[in-house]
Design a protein around this ligand. Structure first.
Ligand SMILES: [Ca+2]
Length: 260
């Protein structure tokens, strides 16, 4: 992985000379906040563009010049109602404005929607699947899909890894979850999430003990079934469910800084 990034970095720099006039592809002092699905540290604007072009569901990116970090977005300005915010540290760019050649050796590749092209050490290219664990929300929140377990075991497993079952507490994060699962083709799957009314029947709490404020329960859910005490995401809607189904994957949420 380390060598592959070096190759990409080298290619990004070598293409810089061919990319003069890139200024018309960027909007200076601007950031489209709230739609990033990944970030890359130690980047430059060409690296950002290349990383975005390589991922089919990347629509735009923001580059933080001060911190040399780029944020890849799953939406562009024309697809959202929010306007980019003024931020003197950032520049914003739409992926459609960049030629595929910015990706260097990946320029002739046609990866499928859920894949990205990577350059191997021997300079061959490959399409690899993008997975939930490759995605990060803002600076720190990261996710991964783990192997099937019952809800209590899944919750304990997440704690052991320094995180928790995912808690989509706000509309913002819930929409993000729905959209990335859709982009990854996982929208018809079931995943345990970090909500339960095990402590007090019909009082739903997140695993950190906070009560639900926002919710996205499916119609007629949670039903008042006394044996359905655990929360599952099913086709992007929330259901209460029996906790001991073993054959269900779950989504771990953790802060990137606490990753182990
Ligand atoms: Ca139910």
């Amino acid at each position: 992985m380390f060598s592959a990034s070096l190759v990409t970095l080298y290619l990004s720099y070598s293409f810089a000379s061919e990319m003069c006039g890139y200024e018309n592809r960027i909007v200076d002092n601007s950031r489209l906040k709230g739609f990033s699905f990944d970030f890359i540290k130690g980047a430059n604007v060409f690296k950002c563009a290349a990383e975005c072009v390589q991922r089919n569901f990347c629509k735009s990116f923001d580059f933080d010049r001060k911190r040399k970090t780029c944020y890849l977005n799953y939406r562009n300005v024309s697809e959202v109602s929010e306007s980019p915010e003024y931020n003197p540290d950032f520049l914003h760019s739409n992926v459609q404005d960049w030629p595929k050649s910015v990706t260097g050796l990946c320029k002739n590749h046609t990866c499928s929607k859920h894949e990205k092209c990577i350059v191997m050490v021997n300079k061959t290219t490959e399409c690899v699947p993008i997975q939930l664990r490759d995605l990060k929300r803002n600076d720190t929140m990261a996710f991964t899909v783990n192997s099937p377990l019952s809800w209590p075991n899944a919750s304990a497993e997440c704690q052991k890894k320094g995180g928790s079952l995912m808690m989509p507490k706000t509309e913002d994060i819930n929409v993000f979850l729905d959209e990335i699962l859709t982009e990854l083709g996982l929208n018809s799957k079931k995943f345990w999430l970090g909500g339960t009314d095990a402590a007090e029947w019909k009082t739903w709490r997140w695993v950190d003990g906070t009560e639900f404020i926002y919710n996205d329960w499916a119609t007629s859910e949670p039903d008042e079934n006394v044996i359905q005490r655990c929360m599952v995401l099913n086709r992007l809607e929330w259901y209460n469910s029996k906790c001991w189904y073993e054959n269900r994957k779950h989504i771990l949420e953790y802060m990137e800084t606490s990753r182990i």
